[in-house]
Design a protein around this ligand. Sequence first.
Ligand code: SFD
Ligand code: AMP
Length: 608
Amino acid sequence: MRPRIHYVDCDVLIVGGGFGGCGAAYEARYWGRDLKIVVAEKANITRSGAVAHGLSAINCYMGMRWGENRPEDFVHYVRGDLMGLVREDLVYDIARHVDSTVHKFEEWGLPIMKDPATGHYLREGRWQVMIHGESYKPIIAEAAVKSAEVHNRVMVTHLLRDKTDPNRVAGAIGFHMREGTCYVFRARAVINAAGGASHIFRPRSVGEGAGRTWYSPWSSASAYALLIQAGAKMIQMENRIVLARFKDGYGPVGAWMLLLKAPSTNAYGEDFEAQRLEEIRALVGPYADTRPMPTCLRNHAMLQEMKAGRGPIYMHTQNVIDSKEKEDLGWEDFLDMTVGQAVLWAAQNIDPRERPSELMTSEPYVMGSHATCSGAWASGPDDCAPTDYQWGYNRMTTVAGLFGAGDTIGGSAHKFSSGSFTEGRIAGKAAVKYVRDHATQPPQLDEAQVQELHQAIFRPLDTYAVNRNEIVAGSVAPHYLTPLQGLQRLEKIMDEYAGGYSLFYVTSAPLLNRALELVAMLKEDLHQLGAEDLHQLMRAWELHHRVCTAEAVIRHTLFREETRWPGYYYRADHPTPRDPDWHVFTASRYDTRSDTWQLEKLPVHHFI
Ligand code: SFD
Ligand code: AMP
């Protein structure tokens, strides 16, 4: 089946209209008034991406106008939380611009809570401010819709290369999930802002609860796979994140811990973090005394406690709700961004004024914007990046004309929603400059590549149509694999071999090597994916993207013979972090033609 091709010509193509993508559209329009800016979004931009359901806090805000923090302070915080391993130039670049983004959000109608005593934004913690954020995404999306031509329901499956320079991007290809047409975008620059990845590792909630993950189930790793397949250099793909969350509903802990100051203890009411401090010092040295304690080490303390049979771990909400305002804030925190947790309280007869709630560590996620920084190796700002972190345009990957923002860009953690939008703005401005600088040398589409992909993208529909009558019983089909079957197979491999929750996040070289064998077999079977409709075709390509990203995670984890962030994962064969090897970035590059990966270490510079 080869549906008709719909060609779209543009100057800047933005893949993904989430927080990074909306920021990119807004800023690219500002600098490129005369340019054609296009967004390709697989859902509907009004409610797409990780903020679809809303949020209750903005987790990256300096408060410079009130003298609350300096960008340098933020760099120190992020560096401490990631145990030294961040791109300080990128973190600093976001910190110095993020406040103006948040002020714009307020101007556009986002209600930000105020501290009645000072009139300043109400702080959740030092870096976070509280919002009434159920409608956060529609408010921010409006700015992007006014700035760009948005193509909703178009999933990008591959980036396209330049005919004469395979290391230059020429656009992207995908399909429209309602019309079934093939979309080919011919673009002078591309900004990949396709978000992070859930469902790489088996989630704790399976069966009918399968959609209940912390990061959105539709965050399907396109940000990474599109880049990997285009030959971009990736970093820190081993830096998967595990989150401490309210058990089963994945309710966030930040507001309870930082604003309401609810204590968390083991089942016997003991402060396990304090009790385990010496033990953590023995494992990671001075990082145990970084304050706040690095996110991974807080997980580590919790995991040790649970392994010792001293769980459940409890958040003592009942100790801190002493007014109607605090009770309302606690409920709104969930209702704004994790409604399911409020439903769970109701379903399990938990009145937070009376009973504590269980905490649990989540399955691992791959992303670049929370307390973790997997993603592309990108060029930094020209006024402060060290020379080996800089090759021309801010946030350009190692592929010419290909930029990134938000979860896509590696090495700079703690961006969250506001920082991702800010990074989109930075990338949008740089992409416009790239387009102008190359005005007389537009990229040339490689028609052979387009034809090949046009054929490949729709193949799962053919595979299904041809083989569907061979179903032998129920839904058992000998000649095709459904996307869900493939996904569950991937999740099982990652969970059991690459450091998922079922082995308490433990992995090792033999386990990782076995994972690679199993992933290779899964990749062979992906040629036999069957899709019964366009929605399943999207699922098929999401699976391709997840498998490719999972392979990168395995290879990076195998390459580093150490446990870099205890509490995120453990290499049981190399249980401790080891300086000086520890303080390097792990980088990889995939070569599509030879199907080989090259891994290397890159230096971490501390200069702020
Ligand atoms: O506390 C394709 N996040 C939080 N950020 C905050 O500021 N405060 C919070 O309170 C936060 N919390 C939180 C958060 C996320 C979630 C899910 C929960 C709680 C439950 C994090 C932010 O949301 C996150 O950092 C940013 O959204 C990241 O931005 P970006 O742009 O990298 O990703 P996106 O917004 O998900 O957008 C991606 C878009 O791409 C689309 N897409 N389009 C076309 N083709 C493809 N192949 C595509 N693949 C994906 C997506 O549809 C989407 O629109 S707290 O708990 O941490
Ligand atoms: P969360 O709700 O867990 O996503 O956290 C929201 C924000 O608070 C993020 O910036 C977290 O890094 C931060 N945070 C959460 N818990 C703690 C803690 N115990 N100490 C310091 N920071 C925290």
